[in-house]
Write a protein that binds this ligand. Structure first.
Ligand SMILES: Cc1ncc(C[n+]2csc(CCOP(=O)(O)OP(=O)(O)O)c2C)c(N)n1
Ligand SMILES: [Mg+2]
Length: 592
């Protein structure tokens, strides 16, 4: 037992847990802790963006790329309240963030001091943050800190990862007590649970018996770092792979077994394979509405007609929407290794199989390619959306990291981006929070300083977090923002076109009595912040400008004027109850 100051305990905890960054904004409530962080700045760097939402997205992006958690630090009240949306994004996409919030001092609990929420409970921040974190801890004495911190760290990284919160009354930062030290928690991915032997054997039996099997992967495969095992299994049994956005790249999307994304804006071969499959092995994927055509039978999937094996590390996801024929609570990599060992034991060597199924898939792929090809080859002004996707792929190396925001630009990338490595495509999938893309790319770049990091974001989304420019300039973080400029909240504007007779209202950017299209001059805005800026209006120019921006190793914004009237071709469906969804533009639903 030793006499320790609370702030120092937290700073030392961050060092011990190998948390290399604190993304945070100051306030009267956390200056005590900043004073302790001052002493460990060679091991734990403080980065202060200009908004707390961006702080969380940076920590989230950092984790998604490095699989090493980072922390956020915010002050009492409003600064911490600004975290909520970012944490919701992290929580719904299973991303680890260690969020430290300051609260009012214990001696002032319930007196209504500056920035206390106390209508129902003293210093009531835990209830504000509760739905967006795995757990919120509120130690109220210095000697409670070590245990709370260790428990918070292991809650964050074990099982399905996610954000946690340590809410600290700010007197604790400056007070001292005799404390018992705690060991470091187990690092991420050190504890893995496997399947029972019977389930592994049964899975192999079912996979071998299926005529039209498909594997559906999600973030769970990325998080468990199971890309090698996934690729080995797919190849060994010649099974095609459908991917949710956060699973993309676990199998190289140029691999002939990769079918791409499924759902309304999925690739046609993926929806076809999904609805025609006789067996689906879903691993770390959760069949949300967007990857299941809102669960309408025959659009993406045909459960229960199709047999389903659902493997996940979170029991709540197994069978949430489709009760499986076999539910397996296991870590993706542990499970895949078990399957591969079972195949070894049975002497299954990996001869090409399922020729008829692959011929059918090749025909679907050819049909789809013939349909989409022209758009990828056309030069135009304004620029066709597909060209941006294609030119980004052409210019960026395989290990480049892209982040997407919420919006129509994301739909285009889900449908056509070829992720070639895991953790190279960052999506706000579960919560779809605007601001994630342009902010998380800063955290991604800190995690991968030698790799190009490019945010593709909407003009609307970028204007939600324009201060990211300041952070890139201040900390010299050389990311590239490609602002997909269509002068609209186009994803929503398109719904008004599709379902409300084009009665556009509140979904595009105008000014003046004649409703001229309006947007700020994004390139000038960037320059004003000390970031390079360029405007591109001709498709012929985009690839070169992007290439130069990446090569310059300076933070750069590219404002790209994109055709707002070309929509990604629907190949599945997405329902806005009670409206009946549009039928696919390409392909038809199929029911057995
Ligand atoms: C913070 C937040 N506010 C609102 C929404 C609802 N929303 C989803 S997409 C979208 C429009 C996006 O516009 P923009 O960023 O310009 O992208 P585009 O669709 O034009 O590519 C909106 C408002 C959201 N997802 N997140
Ligand atoms: Mg837009």
């Amino acid at each position: 037992m030793a006499m320790r100051k609370g702030g120092d305990l937290i700073a030392e905890f961050l060092v011990k847990e190998k948390i290399p960054y604190v993304f945070g904004i100051c306030g009267h409530g956390n200056v005590g802790l900043l004073n302790s962080l001052y002493d460990v700045q060679d091991k734990v760097k403080l980065v202060s963006p200009r908004h707390e939402q961006t702080a969380v997205h940076m920590a989230d992006g950092f984790f998604r790329v490095s699989h090493q958690p980072a922390a956020t630090l915010t002050s009492t009240g409003p600064g911490s309240a600004n975290l909520i949306m970012g944490l919701a994004v992290a929580q719904t996409d299973s991303s680890a963030v260690f969020s430290i919030t300051a609260n009012v001092p214990t001696s002032q609990f319930n007196r209504g001091p500056f920035q206390e929420l106390n209508l129902h409970h003293q210093a009531d921040f835990n209830n504000v943050i509760k739905p967006v974190v795995k757990r919120s801890f509120q130690p109220t004495r210095v000697e409670m800190l070590p245990l709370a911190m260790r428990q918070a760290a292991s809650t964050m990284t074990t099982g399905r990862p996610g954000p946690v919160n340590l809410d600290v009354p700010y007197n604790l930062f400056m007070e001292s007590a005799e404390v018992r030290e705690e060991p470091a928690s187990d690092a991420f991915n050190t504890r893995r649970s496997g399947a029972s032997e019977e389930d592994v054997e049964r899975t192999v039996d079912w996979l071998m018996a299926a005529q039209r099997p498909a594997i559906f992967i999600g973030h769970g495969v990325t998080l468990s770092e199971a890309e090698k095992e996934l690729t080995a299994l797919a190849w060994r049994l010649s099974i095609p792979v459908i991917s949710s956005p956060n699973g993309m790249g676990c199998l190289d999307m140029r691999d002939k077994l990769s079918l791409g994304f499924i759902g309304r804006n999925g690739a046609f071969p993926a929806n076809q394979a999904g609805r025609h499959a006789d067996l689906v092995l879903a691993i770390g994927a959760r069949f949300d509405d967007r990857s299941a055509s809102s669960w309408m039978p025959g659009y993406s999937w045909n459960f229960p007609h199709t047999k389903l094996i659902h493997v996940d590390v979170d029991h709540a996801e197994i069978g949430r929407n489709y009760p499986p024929d076999m539910g397996i609570l296991a870590d993706a990599r542990a499970f895949l290794r078990q399957l591969l060992s079972a195949l070894d034991r049975r002497g299954l060597s990996g001869e090409p199989r399922l020729k008829a199924w692959h011929k059918t898939i090749a025909d679907w792929r050819a049909e789809w390619n013939a349909f989409i090809k022209p758009g990828f080859e056309t030069h135009s002004m304004p620029i066709r959306p597909e060209r941006i996707v294609a030119d980004c792929r052409k210019v960026l190396p395989d290990d480049a990291i892209i982040s997407l925001d919420s919006g129509i630009h994301h739909n285009w990338f889900m449908q056509f981006w070829e992720a070639r490595r895991p953790r190279t495509m960052l999506n706000t999938w579960g919560y779809s929070g605007m601001g994630f893309g342009p902010s998380s790319i800063l955290g991604a770049k800190l995690a991968a300083p030698d790799r190009p990091c490019v945010s593709i974001c909407g003009d609307g989304g970028f204007t939600m977090v324009p201060h990211v420019l300041c952070t890139a300039a201040e900390y010299d973080i050389p990311v590239v923002w490609v602002v997909w400029n269509n002068f609209a909240w186009a994803a929503i504007r398109d719904l008004q076109y599709a379902y409300f007779d084009g009665r556009e209202y509140g979904t595009a950017f105008y000014r003046g009595p004649n409703k001229e299209q309006y947007n700020p001059d994004f390139a000038a805005w960037a320059k004003a912040a000390g970031v390079e800026g360029a405007t591109v209006t001709r498709s012929q120019d985009f690839a070169g400008v992007l290439e130069n921006a990446v090569a310059s190793r300076r933070p750069t914004l590219i404002d790209v004027h994109v055709d707002a009237d070309i929509r990604p071709p629907g190949t599945g469906a997405w329902e806005l109850p009670p409206i009946r969804p549009k039928e696919p533009v390409f392909g038809k639903p199929w029911r057995p």
